[in-house]
Design a protein around this ligand. Structure first.
Ligand SMILES: Nc1nc2c(c(=O)[nH]1)N[C@H]1C(S)=C(S)[C@@H](COP(=O)(O)OP(=O)(O)OC[C@H]3O[C@@H](n4cnc5c(=O)[nH]c(N)nc54)[C@H](O)[C@@H]3O)O[C@H]1N2
Ligand SMILES: Nc1nc2c(c(=O)[nH]1)N[C@H]1C(S)=C(S)[C@@H](COP(=O)(O)OP(=O)(O)OC[C@H]3O[C@@H](n4cnc5c(=O)[nH]c(N)nc54)[C@H](O)[C@@H]3O)O[C@H]1N2
Ligand SMILES: [Mo]
Length: 781
């Protein structure tokens, strides 16, 4: 199967005008309301919201107890929320509103059992909102789709595994199957999962990171020879300047607020770069400081806010670099010439490129004035130690890789790498998305990894690269992939181009969803379909040799154990490693891999992982250290595993990101009250929104120009690279402090607008932060 030519093929639009007919969020019980939010982030608003969730889930007794055990040294479970690292002081509890929501979401007492499925046909469920689907509670036993009755019906685990096994064994080519991972799968299950795929003979291992940080990985790999950030929380605590680009920290990495507040108190500079001034860019009440909360004492979490246009970050970064270089003519200290000379390659070309780029161009492309760019540059040159941190606002773009490389360029100029308090720090998404990649989920594995896997596991892994997320959808649509297995996640809704993704899933012979809750991917399914319910991270995992722990890796390369303590939601649930082993046994009857033996005791999986994975030597012992261990980071030690053996400057051309006249650049993002496709409510507290998700934030002048009233109904049309159009109708335009030419709204609804073919040619990531749209008053509205 060719994976190479897809980029050139025009994507035809097979779009019904409104494919997302059932709503995503709950049906609002009150009118939409938008009012500016003037309170500090976290604090009492967060506490109130948590209480509401706990009450709704009837978890007032269990909830707080479980939460007190979350993220604890030597025990407790890893928060299944974001990938922000645990406090370096270990025992100090650092919890956040959204982590609590996430945990209680998993611990709900509501159940989806066989009676539920008997009462509701799949066609009926397909008409429910996503909120209502998930809100039914935890899945309790394996279910198979019965086309005759259009219901899911109970199936035993044994039979379910045999259905998967038979489908996989029946393929004429193992590449006709694709194995998706959502980033919360623990390391041990991850390792077994990729082993199963490769033993079958395919590298088709798409994952959610194909949609979030692929660009970061590729850029850092090319520049520094490591696909990860190089800093840890201690560095955050000793930086003089923190640059936070394209991340909504108060909602999506709330524990970062603690680091920001501490930085502010010790006098560090904090620069936020975001088209929207998000809550973290103002002030906060630190999540764990209950006393501050009681006293309403807030801390500033920003010293400078810059609002570039969507996609304007690269021009800002290059402008800052230009300023550093210009300053170095009269002030040699502005540049770390010794570092540049000793540790980098390509400096002269980069210097020439910066000199040749006129300020007018940098201003126009960034959407910022020269004075603002210089202000940021001054913060940078005055700081001895700088950290640059970023998330999806930088990566989900056509030029995501170039932009992240520009971050490295800027850091290299002042030797801001390989020393305390300095370096690149991507904020990863799902709680174990980084661990998934480390443990082998990669559709483009290195030869070295495959060699070690072959040696340690006695298999002959395929060498041909596999399919990522976008290419898996294309291959399903084109009939080349027939079996789709998802370890977690909600592929139907999370992936771009909703109509195309639905059609792709529906054309499969078999779709298998390993899940904790009912979601859209269960009702948009293949001809045969299985729902395999698994234990959540909070739950006790009993195996033959006792209660098992699994390991995870956070955003800063710390690996530690997670121990579930709650009684499982149902006695029929299996752990994720056990489900992988069950599928593998059925699919690979002649396998010599000791699947069952691995499941009896996860230490055995870890012993094999220690042999295969770089940096996992002595895994079982080190992961039991009080805070786990940090995977060795060569770049941190100034060892650059690049072709030149040095950190490499890049000299990419500045892209033109200015929207064509009449069009707007639309970024799709999360509200405060959602976790990717899991929607808690229709509110977005920090942006002042209540009871409304079908909205688009716009600059008021852009609204006026188009004759759009405040809160007026609008129709949105996107134009893909191939010229095809996609539509969302009847959205509400909300005037917002956002640069002209830019607009923003919520994922996953807006995936309807993202064409499948519109992925970055640099990272293959769907372009979810820069969709070309026109917005007009709604027809008849
Ligand atoms: N509570 C909660 N936590 C989460 C998640 C969740 O859904 N809910 N999701 C998790 C996952 S998987 C991930 S990957 C992360 C995502 O974390 P974020 O990256 O914060 O996610 P988004 O909501 O997509 O927000 C992106 C931010 O980028 C800004 N932005 C948009 N375009 C641009 C641009 O061109 N330049 C700049 N500088 N900024 C831009 C937006 O204004 C927004 O503030 O969060 C993780 N944590
Ligand atoms: N337009 C647009 N689209 C986007 C993005 C964007 O910014 N804009 N962001 C992208 C990003 S960064 C990501 S990461 C993806 C998210 O994509 P996914 O990871 O695929 O989606 P989630 O919504 O996180 O998955 C939620 C489901 O996971 C299951 N689940 C929860 N806990 C567990 C567990 O412990 N085990 C198992 N097996 N299942 C569990 C539940 O059934 C739940 O319904 O979306 C992407 N899509
Ligand atoms: Mo993500």
């Amino acid at each position: 199967m060719s994976t190479e030519n897809a980029a050139q093929e025009p994507q035809e639009s097979r779009q019904s005008p409104e494919p997302l007919e059932p709503r995503v969020g709950p049906t609002p019980d009150a009118a939409p309301q938008v009012r500016p939010y003037h309170h500090p982030a976290a604090g009492w608003g967060a506490a109130k919201s948590v209480t509401r969730v706990l009450v709704e889930e009837r978890e007032l007794v269990d909830g707080p107890r479980a939460i007190m055990r979350m993220n604890h040294e030597n025990g407790g479970f890893d928060c299944p929320g974001c990938a922000w690292p645990d406090d370096t002081k270990g025992l100090r509890l650092d919890i956040c509103e959204n982590g609590i929501k996430h945990v209680t979401w998993e611990m709900t007492r509501k159940r989806v059992d066989r009676a539920f499925f008997a009462a509701h046909s799949v066609t009926e469920l397909a008409g429910w909102s996503d909120y209502d689907l998930e809100n039914q509670g935890r899945l309790t036993e394996p279910m198979a789709y019965d086309p005759e009755s259009d219901h899911y019906v109970p199936i035993s685990w044994k039979e379910a595994f045999e259905v998967v096994g038979a489908a996989l064994r029946g393929l004429d080519d193992p590449n006709r199957a694709s194995f998706y991972t959502s980033g919360r799968l623990g390391n041990e299950a991850t390792f077994l999962y990729q082993l199963m795929a490769r033993e079958l003979g395919t590298n088709n291992l798409p994952d959610c990171s194909n949609m979030c940080h692929e660009a970061s990985g590729r850029a850092l790999q090319a520049a520094l020879g490591t696909g990860k950030g190089t800093v840890d929380l201690k560095d955050w605590e000793s930086a003089d300047a923190l640059f936070i680009l394209g991340v909504n920290a108060a909602s999506n990495a709330p524990r970062m607020l603690t680091a920001l507040a501490e930085a502010e108190r010790r006098g560090a500079q904090i620069v936020h770069v975001n088209p929207l001034v998000e809550a973290a860019a103002t002030r906060t009440i630190v999540p764990h400081e209950f006393l501050d909360m009681a006293l309403f004492k807030s801390t500033r979490t920003s010293t400078l806010n810059l609002q570039p246009r969507i996609g304007g970050d690269m021009a800002l970064l290059r402008g800052m670099a230009k300023a550093v270089l210009e300053q170095s003519a009269s002030d040699p200290k502005a540049l770390d010439a010794t570092f540049v000379e000793r540790h980098t390659a390509g400096f002269e070309e980069y210097r020439a490129l910066c000199a040749a780029t006129p300020w007018e161009k940098l201003e126009r492309q960034s959407g910022l004035s020269r004075a603002d760019i210089l202000r940021a540059a001054r913060v940078y040159t005055e700081a001895d130690r700088s950290i640059v941190s970023w998330c999806l606002g930088l990566t989900q773009h056509e030029h995501g890789v170039d932009t992240v490389r520009e971050i490295v360029n800027l850091l290299l100029l002042r030797g801001n790498i390989g020393r305390e308090g300095a370096g690149p720090s991507p904020v990863r998404g799902h709680s174990n998305v980084q661990g998934n990649r480390t443990c082998g989920i990669d559709h483009r594995p290195t030869e070295a990894f495959l060699d070690r896997l072959a040696d340690a596991c006695g298999i002959d892994p395929p060498r041909e690269h596999g399919l990522d997320t976008v290419r898996t959808i294309q291959a399903m649509r084109d009939g080349e992939v027939k079996v789709f297995v998802a370890m977690g996640g909600n592929f139907a809704l999370a992936a771009p181009d909703t109509a195309a993704t639905y059609a792709a899933l529906r054309s499969c012979d078999l779709t298998v969803q390993v899940s904790t809750k009912l979601n859209r991917s269960h009702v948009v399914h293949g001809r045969a379909a299985l729902i395999l319910p698994c234990l959540g991270r909070t739950e006790k995992d009993h195996q033959r040799k006792g209660v098992q722990r699994t390991s995870v890796e956070d955003s800063m390369s710390m690996v530690h154990l997670s121990l579930g303590m709650k009684r499982p939601a149902s006695p029929h649930l299996l752990s994720e490693p056990a489900i992988v082993a069950g599928m593998a046994r059925a699919a690979l009857p002649d396998s010599e891999t000791p699947w069952d033996w691995y499941i009896e005791d996860y230490d055995r999986i870890r012993d094999t992982m220690a042999v295969v994975l770089d940096g996992f030597e002595d895994f079982n012992r080190r992961v039991r250290l009080p805070l786990g261990f940090r995977i060795k980071q060569p770049a941190r030690e100034l060892v650059f595993l690049t072709p030149s053996g040095r950190a490499e400057f890049s000299t990419a051309a500045l892209p033109d990101v200015v929207p064509e006249p009449g069009t707007l650049a639309l970024g799709t993002m999360r509200s405060h009250d959602q976790w990717n496709t899991t929607i808690y409510s229709d509110d977005d507290r920090y942006r002042g929104v209540k009871n409304l998700r079908t909205l688009v934030f716009m600059n008021r002048a852009d609204m006026r120009e188009r004759g759009i009233a405040d809160m007026g109904a609008v129709d949105i049309t996107s134009t893909a690279k191939d010229g095809s159009h996609r539509y969302l109708k009847g959205y509400t335009a909300v005037p917002y402090d956002i640069p002209r030419g830019c607009a923003a709204g919520y994922m996953p609804e807006m995936n309807v607008l993202c064409a499948l073919g519109d992925y970055s040619t640099q990272s293959d990531q769907p372009i979810m932060k820069h969709v070309k749209v026109t917005i007009v008053p709604a027809a008849g509205g």
